[in-house]
Design a protein around this ligand. Sequence first.
Ligand code: PEP
Ligand code: MN
Length: 274
Amino acid sequence: MLVKDVTDFDIKNNIPLVCSVKPRQQVAPIFISGPCTVESYEQMSITASRLKQMGINYMRGGAYKPLTFPYRNKNMYELGEVGANILHDVKMEQNINIVTEATDEHSLDVIDQVADIIQIGSRNMYNYSLLKQAANKNKPILLKRHFGASVRDWLGAAEYILDQGNGDVILCERGITAPHTHESSSRFISDIQVIPNIKKLTNLPIIFDPSHATFNRAFVPSMSYAAIAAGADGIIMESHPTPEQAAVDKLNAVEFDMVEEIKNKCENIFQIVK
Ligand code: PEP
Ligand code: MN
């Protein structure tokens, strides 16, 4: 058990489960990439084959999206079950693992048919009933930090999953809100220092999402390197065959060549700081 300074949330026998996780040895950083949203079979098929070529075995893509505005139209949409079927087909054809988000109980059941890792998005970090239901699918859960959440609240949410008997939680830092930063170049702030802080408190793996933390593809490489240098166990990064035409989050998606370059550099940094 790690020395903990989160003793004010001791709930079971004074030992939070997040502080009792066994350490794991990792030889290389985890890499997950793919588009924000599933748009078509072709898009996901091209993405899967490029990722596999560069040795990335986890593809992301949302069939369900918690978008900031409620409007859905031909430029901004979520494909729901159709999207989940596309993920399923591509997974079967190319043998790639799928990371995809559940936004509510219905979508959880749908994506459970295809997900290898269930993503809980930042907005749902506080949705304790969804956390419990997702935990009971007995799959790894990628738990994104709410952009306003303290470390205590984030670990409390992880605790909800562990408390259901599912110890497979991957924490994901994805940028926090700061006042007066609501511009496309700085909508969120990359909280790099939370990474060593989390490492002090728990042995749960923590990965970093430079795409939503920056909302700017120009900042994605440097923030990825910073996160790995700070001790992150991996990166989840948005990529797209034609980033400028992405249906959602076209400002932060990167091309596949850039994913490969970032992955290679991250692997080197990981070895240096390990
Ligand atoms: C996403 O990963 O597609 C996403 C919506 O991220 P977040 O929940 O961090 O905003
Ligand atoms: Mn996105």
